[in-house]
Ligand binder design. Sequence first.
Ligand code: DOR
Ligand code: ZN
Length: 336
Amino acid sequence: MQLNAPLDMHLHLRDGEMLEKIAKSSAETFSGAIIMPNLVPPVSTKEEVVAYRQRIEKAIGKETFTPYMTLFFKPSYDKAFLESIKDEITAIKLYPAGITTNSEGGVSGFDVEELRPALEAMSELNIPLCVHGETNGFVMDREAEFASIYERLATAFPKLKIIMEHITTKSSVDLLDKFENLYASITIHHLLITLDDVAGGMLKPHLFCKPIAKRPEDRDALLKVALAAHPKVMFGSDSAPHPKHAKEACGCAAGVFTSPIALQLLAELFDNNNASVENLQAFVSGNAQNIYDISVPNKTVFLEKTPFKVPSDYNGVVPMYADEEIAYSITKVENN
Ligand code: DOR
Ligand code: ZN
């Protein structure tokens, strides 16, 4: 099997030492990725975006890989500011305040009139809005509760492209066909696991993430649109590395590290479900290119159905399925 120009439309590359450790695990196999801005402090000025891109480029070295940069949404962004930064970014990421790692400076209340100046300017400038869609309600209901906020935003800003990030519920899948301007990214872990895998037996800290994995019927709804390569969904790993000590701790950081094994797992998943390679190609690249209207550097990844033993860690970061065998291996990557 071969995949052309795979894209990861939701990635945490971090900064400093962690960036140096993990950047290559995406850059070696993906053509590009949407880079999340939840650093400390969050990426929110032109200088910060440009400097962060340069640090990423340095960390990936000579690999062919485009970091599609994002900015951390603030209601105070005005049109002049957005115009000045438009060419440096591909999207803007909105976090509800305090909902996940480094999101304290995010949005509270979701008052449309308060958000209108920034969101209308983004709409006019054709800058997509990526959203972490969770309320601060009961953990299993947070995403479903956010559906009414998605509906409010999609209705108030009909020309704004809104990407529901890392969706985990049937309620989010149902919104895709209700609103023309709603799209979604889906992770590999939410296609594979449910809450049972995280907490049904011994607690698995390396599968703990936000949003938490949900019920089997939610996973089924995600699988249905991913395997069919519904044109409004795309792969976004939400690969979110944390040091081993921060995961295997009393107070476990949220995030699943999947970037080095994401394509192998996707190949296995599509194969096990008799979904076509064409659909996988659309899910992992074509749909994202259409949704974001981006051009992508060439890269061909060759995969084979040969077992691959997942390492126990990558530079001290424990991946999903550490020490386990998965069915597909990457045999070759051509940058062309
Ligand atoms: O599990 C998560 N980890 N979810 C997020 O939204 C953020 C991410 C992180 O940055 O660690
Ligand atoms: Zn994320």
